[in-house]
Ligand binder design. Structure first.
Ligand code: 3PG
Length: 399
């Protein structure tokens, strides 16, 4: 984007795709943003474009609405927060790429910003049909003179506002995308060793491809979170009522056999009967999880064990919470690992919406980390070595 700015964007309409997909709490009926990290991360590019006199049209998605307008997924709270952070009005268009969007763009003066309504209110945004996406991309392209992609968290999606629109307008990558790529490339190209990866989160099926791709490159892979139970089952342990993906047990068994001592699993877990804020918890070794209980966090001995591996590491990538950190009885594992990652003497990278949110929600200092990525799936697919459509299209490599 800096080259584009140097060429001059004053008075030009810039369509800026950002990842403003933030967690919302709408339990009170009035949605509240619980972590605005992604909005803040989008500010450097946005400010640079404004300072250069551009008319900025921001496009973004929120959640996974079903391809039609749905007030529960409106970007209204995001527009309000963005406006507060910028100290300037950010009107929200009444639609994504129709007459409301056109009116919002026409009303922009130099340095002004507007936000289009959730791009996923259009079914074509995520369609597998190239023509359908193309027709929507034409409507996006008509709103602007230039396209800037700063939505790192969405670059792994072949969506109209991420991929197709870039084929229709002069385009550039934003500053956030550039920073993310700089850091993640340091992990893939000759990381300082020991290189330790910590993976958590609930679904093991989401992580098997990245585990497979990373095993040859890392020195240790520490596995916690709900996904660890399928690995523990593969080792022959009973996991009680914990999360278990039975159809993945065989794959986990094969990975454990191939990994030798590279994969490190929890040695104890925090169990409870139910996932409630006032749960009575029991800490048990992993070979003694009682039948009626669910494992909902890693235990203290595991935090210590993971901490020992992390203390030696010179490069660390951490993705996924160690337990259900949103509830007080199950925060200690994630807090312990997050603290150990922050203490790493070397490059520490936190990847993923959930782990980044955990760092902030647990009140841990963000500056303890080398980098907190805004990409969950995107950073994992990058580390897997997959081609990311939203990046390939910017570098001209997309077919
Ligand atoms: C994310 O939250 O990882 C990105 O915003 C992408 O969202 P998606 O998984 O719904 O495409």
């Amino acid at each position: 984007v800096d080259e584009l700015i140097a060429e001059g964007v004053s008075g030009r309409r810039v369509l800026l795709r950002a990842d403003l997909n933030v967690p919302l709490d709408d339990s009170t009926g009035d949605p509240v943003i619980t972590d605005d990290g992604r909005i803040r991360a989008s500010l450097p590019t946005l400010q640079a474009l404004r300072e250069a006199g551009a008319r900025v049209v921001v496009a973004a998605h929120l959640g996974r609405p079903k391809g039609e307008p749905d007030p529960r997924f409106s970007l209204a709270p995001v527009a309000a927060r963005l406006s507060e952070l910028l100290g300037a009005p950010v009107p929200l268009a009444t639609d994504t790429a129709g007459s409301g969007a056109r009116a919002a763009v026409e009303a922009l003066g130099d340095r002004d910003v507007c936000l289009l309504e959730n791009v996923r209110f259009e079914a074509a945004e995520t369609s597998k049909d190239d023509d359908a996406r193309g027709a929507l991309a034409d409507r996006f392209a008509a709103l602007a003179d230039v396209y800037v992609d700063d939505a790192f968290g969405a670059v792994h999606r072949k969506h109209a506002s991420v991929y197709d629109v870039a084929t229709r307008l002069p385009h550039a990558a934003g500053r956030l995308v550039a920073t993310e790529l700089d850091v993640l490339t340091r992990l893939t190209e000759d990381p300082q060793r020991p290189y330790v990866v910590v993976l958590g989160g609930s679904k093991v099926s989401d992580k098997l491809a990245v585990i497979e791709a990373m095993l040859p490159k890392v020195d240790k892979l520490l596995v916690g979170g709900g996904m660890c139970f399928t690995f523990l089952a593969a080792q022959g342990h009973g996991v009680g009522g914990s999360l278990l993906e039975s159809d993945q047990v065989e794959t986990c068994r094969r990975l454990l056999a191939e990994a030798g001592d590279k994969i490190v699993l929890p040695v104890d877990v925090v169990c409870a009967e139910a996932l409630v804020a006032d749960a009575q918890v029991t800490v048990t070794p992993v070979d003694a999880i009682p039948d009626g209980l669910k494992g909902l966090d890693v235990g203290p001995r595991t935090v210590e064990l993971f901490g020992e591996h992390l203390a030696d590491a010179r490069t660390v990538f951490w993705n996924g919470p160690m337990g259900v950190f949103e509830l007080a009885p199950f925060t200690a594992g994630t807090r312990g690992v997050a603290t150990a990652v922050a203490a790493v003497d070397g490059l520490s990278v936190v990847g993923g919406g959930d782990s980044a949110a955990a760092v902030r929600q647990l009140g841990l200092p963000e500056d303890g980390y080398g980098h907190i990525s805004t990409g969950g799936g995107a950073s994992l697919e990058f580390l897997e070595g997959r081609e990311l459509p939203g990046l390939a299209v910017l570098s001209g490599g997309a077919g």
